[in-house]
Design a protein around this ligand. Structure first.
Ligand SMILES: C[S@@+](CC[C@H](N)C(=O)[O-])C[C@H]1O[C@@H](n2cnc3c(N)ncnc32)[C@H](O)[C@@H]1O
Length: 298
């Protein structure tokens, strides 16, 4: 046992990694996915459907957030199965644990843990779900190898990531850097070429040892009642990492500038909407003797 693991407290699987990403989601947890915009919920249900879960399966949901994948998965596997959900943000874990208790979902366990290094015995799950999280991790390839190891032979993997992003999203967020004290620098998930094309995503997943890989489109249109709702929703996304760096005295100006830009990018009929091209990647851990990239010789 290494010292990290020795420091683990009850209800955790390894220490919560402190990263800019997880810290931002920590502060988003209270209102996460509660702005009235239907985004994470529908995408989570679609990912679970793509994973093909069946009753009795043991499922791991990494980067569970407020349970967009956790709870549909819990329904799919039923009480004979189980869902273990981990997130690095303690506040997400607490909120999702509360929801599980409120729903009487005793087959759902929510733990603090690292989606990049989930601390469970090899082969202990029938399925691993990773909803909108792998591209946020510091080492996606290592994370995928860990997910592969955690599956039993024949186990299923399903993750979601973004394909082409609606230009209007960046037209709005591009007004924000002018309010920062320092240059923006790299934004996690926005410059990683491994997630740039379906082929590169498939190659990344294949490199972790998975077989039967499919990358399917799952487009989603979201609509905002007004610019204020769009602004509030932005705080529930990875965009929060930019918003939090704007000095508080400049936030009202930044909000006004963003809302003006949202008005400029309204649809012809006046609606405020964004089209998301989301990719659902599914894969399988091959049979024991052949699933290693070298055919199981090591
Ligand atoms: C975009 S949200 C997606 C949440 C959920 N899977 C969904 O589909 O709504 C990303 C989540 O990953 C979590 N996260 C980020 N980095 C993490 C890490 N290294 N380990 C575990 N969770 C992490 C964040 O705290 C956040 O809850």
């Amino acid at each position: 046992m290494d010292s990290d693991h020795a420091a683990r407290s009850p209800g955790t699987r390894g220490p919560a990694p402190s990263s800019r990403v997880a810290d931002a989601f920590e502060r988003a947890a209270d209102t996460y996915d509660l702005t009235g915009v239907r985004f994470y919920g529908p995408l989570g249900r679609r990912l679970v459907a793509a994973a093909g879960l069946t009753p009795g399966m043991r499922v791991l949901d990494v980067g569970c957030g407020r349970g967009a994948c956790t709870f549909p998965a819990a329904e799919a596997v039923g009480e004979d199965g189980s869902v273990t959900a981990v997130d690095a943000a303690e506040a997400m874990v607490e909120a999702t644990r509360r929801t599980a208790a409120e729903q009487g979902a005793s087959h759902v366990t929510v733990l603090t843990g690292d989606a990049g290094r989930p601390d469970f015995p090899d082969g202990s799950f029938d399925a691993v779900l990773a909803g909108l999280v792998v591209f946020l991790l510091p080492d996606p390839a290592a994370a995928l190898r860990a997910h592969h190891r955690l599956l039993r032979p024949g186990g299923r993997f399903a993750m979601s990531s973004f394909g082409s992003v609606d230009a209007r999203f960046f037209q709005v967020t591009d007004v924000l850097p002018q309010f920062l004290d320092e240059p923006l620098g790299p934004v996690p998930g926005r410059s990683d070429n491994a997630f740039a094309t379906k082929e590169s995503v498939a190659a990344l997943v294949s490199g972790a040892g998975f077989t039967r890989i499919g990358v399917a489109d799952s487009d989603l249109d979201i609509e905002f009642a007004d610019p204020g709702q769009w602004w509030d929703w932005l705080w529930q996304t990875a965009g929060r990492m930019i918003l939090e760096r704007i000095p508080s005295e400049r936030l009202p100006q930044a909000r006004a500038a963003a809302c003006r830009r949202m008005d400029e990018v309204r649809d012809a009929d006046g609606r405020l909407s964004l089209h998301w091209n989301v990719w659902l990647t599914t894969a399988v851990r091959g049979p024991a003797a052949t699933d290693a990239p070298d055919g199981g010789r090591t």
